[in-house]
Design a protein around this ligand. Structure first.
Ligand SMILES: NC(=O)c1ccc[n+]([C@@H]2O[C@H](COP(=O)([O-])OP(=O)(O)OC[C@H]3O[C@@H](n4cnc5c(N)ncnc54)[C@H](O)[C@@H]3O)[C@@H](O)[C@H]2O)c1
Length: 240
């Protein structure tokens, strides 16, 4: 049985990824904020709920280490999907270092810690595993939300660096750079900004979470066996 650890499992994209990975036979262990509704069992909530849920505040690295401890009893984690993300609307002149650190913690430090430790376990178990990071087109183009754009650029750098480092161990690391996807996070973008964004998108529409989930499933699996260090845009032709 292949086991996928998925952060942000209760979010809009996380649910779609969970459903897609379970559909093709993965056991999914979801990680999200403590108290989020994913704590109800899969049978109560349907296919988009993980088989097992671990509550963890990803701003807190001790809590991340505890979550890794809780994963000790998972026989063989083959796949990690770093999907949790924090997007906060704070203007440049109001930002504090604490604001910056909070976003970097969720979007960059936690993915690093989880990738490092789960890759260590894959190597020890002789598993040719795979890591998929959910970055953002904002990691390439920048964002008016400075911590967010910076963290996603960092996640792209982490993806490429980890890919180089882990390739000799047979572990692949790729990222997806989504454009605007119809989830609670996108609902936070104001309508004027959204209309402006759509002028940059060739397909002139937002994406569906399932359109990210299918690419995650592809990158995670054997079909993508010669892909590592790739940053795959899934953004409807968002080119500037
Ligand atoms: N929706 C978009 O338009 C869009 C575009 C590009 C990239 N992304 C990225 O896609 C990923 C999924 O986002 P989404 O659109 O599903 O948004 P979402 O807000 O629905 O989901 C984000 C998830 O991350 C979790 N999370 C945030 N902070 C956390 C913390 N401190 N501890 C534990 N969990 C935490 C939330 O609880 C939530 O379940 C994110 O990394 C986001 O940056 C989204």
């Amino acid at each position: 049985m292949r086991t996928c650890v998925l952060t942000g499992s209760h979010g809009g994209m996380g649910r779609a990824i969970c459903a897609e990975m379970r559909r093709v036979g993965y056991r999914v262990v979801g990680i999200d904020r403590p108290g989020s509704a994913s704590q109800t069992s899969a049978s109560e909530r349907g296919e988009d709920a993980p088989d097992r849920f671990i509550g963890c505040d990803l701003t807190d690295m001790d809590a991340v280490r505890e979550a890794l401890g809780a994963l000790d009893d998972e026989a063989a984690v083959t796949t990690l999907v770093n999907c949790a993300g924090l997007y906060e609307k704070i203007g440049v002149f109001d930002l504090t270092l604490e604001d910056l650190d909070r976003v970097l913690a969720v979007n960059l430090r936690a993915p690093f810690l989880l990738s490092q430790e789960l890759a260590r376990r894959m190597v020890a178990a002789g598993i040719a595993g795979s890591i998929v990071n959910i970055a953002s087109i904002n990691g390439k183009l920048g964002s008016p939300m400075i911590p967010y754009g910076t963290s996603k650029a960092g996640l792209i750098g982490l993806t490429r660096s980890m890919a180089r480092t882990l390739a000799p161990y047979g572990i692949r690391v790729n990222a997806i750079a989504p454009g605007t996807i119809d989830t609670p996070m996108a609902a936070d973008v104001n309508p004027v900004q959204m209309e402006r964004q759509m002028h940059s998108v060739a397909m002139a529409r937002v994406g569906k979470p399932s359109e990210i989930a299918t690419v995650v499933r592809f990158l995670a699996g054997e079909e993508a066996s010669y892909m590592t260090g790739s940053i795959v845009d899934v953004a409807g032709g968002w080119m500037s």
